[in-house]
Design a protein around this ligand. Sequence first.
Ligand code: HEM
Ligand code: HEM
Length: 192
Amino acid sequence: MKTASRHQPSRYHPVLVSLHWLMAVLILAALAVGFFVLAAMENADPRKIAVLRWHMAGGMLILALMIIRLVVRLLAARPAPANRLAPIVHYGFYLLVVVMAGTGFATALAAGLPEIVFAGSGAPLPKSFAAYPTFQAHFWLATLLAGFIVLHVGAALYHHLVQRDGLLRRMGFGRRVPGALTRAATIHRSAS
Ligand code: HEM
Ligand code: HEM
């Protein structure tokens, strides 16, 4: 039996909870804008610059929030992992989001987008982004990130609806008491 339960609260820190849900919306929006709007638009389309402005600014905001979130996560106590796969997926999210923003930023720099998109230089966008290796990485990492999200949401709903262990409540607001709120955390602790 661990004495660490005092350090393993029933829920995530409220700052992490707020950031989790805000960032879930922002990341899903960045993916949707990328796959369904940007990818479907010719670079010659004059409306593309405005969409890129939102995508690039939103992406940098996501990066800044993710770094704040990582610092809070390292400082604040959090519930015990529900299983062995969960920490891999959770840290995978941090890594993927940072590398996504990095490859997006690198593509923007290589293609001279800051001047075109934010400074209104009037220069045209490059014919296509496909020739930039950083863009290829951006695309494949976005696909991987979408896969991680499907896995993560599927696992959260499986715990909540099938196992009925109340896992979703760990990512909700409420009193943070020491020890397990969910059956998943109890199982983890008694197994270790
Ligand atoms: C976590 C944050 C981000 C996500 C999830 C994301 C996602 C995506 C996706 C799904 C695409 C479409 C890929 C395709 O063409 O199929 C895309 C395109 C692009 N992204 Fe991002 N992105 C993010 C951050 C950024 C940042 C920070 C920048 C630049 C500062 C950026 C710049 C671009 C550019 C230049 C494109 C090419 C537009 C095109 O498809 O024609 N992205 N992004
Ligand atoms: C873009 C979408 C999402 C991302 C990037 C994401 C990322 C994360 C990360 C990194 C954690 C670990 C805690 C932390 O470090 O803050 C986490 C926990 C959690 N997420 Fe998400 N999440 C997303 C969407 C969702 C959605 C839509 C749901 C609801 C169905 C959900 C439910 C949960 C739950 C219940 C936990 C706690 C799991 C546990 O304690 O093991 N997430 N999420």
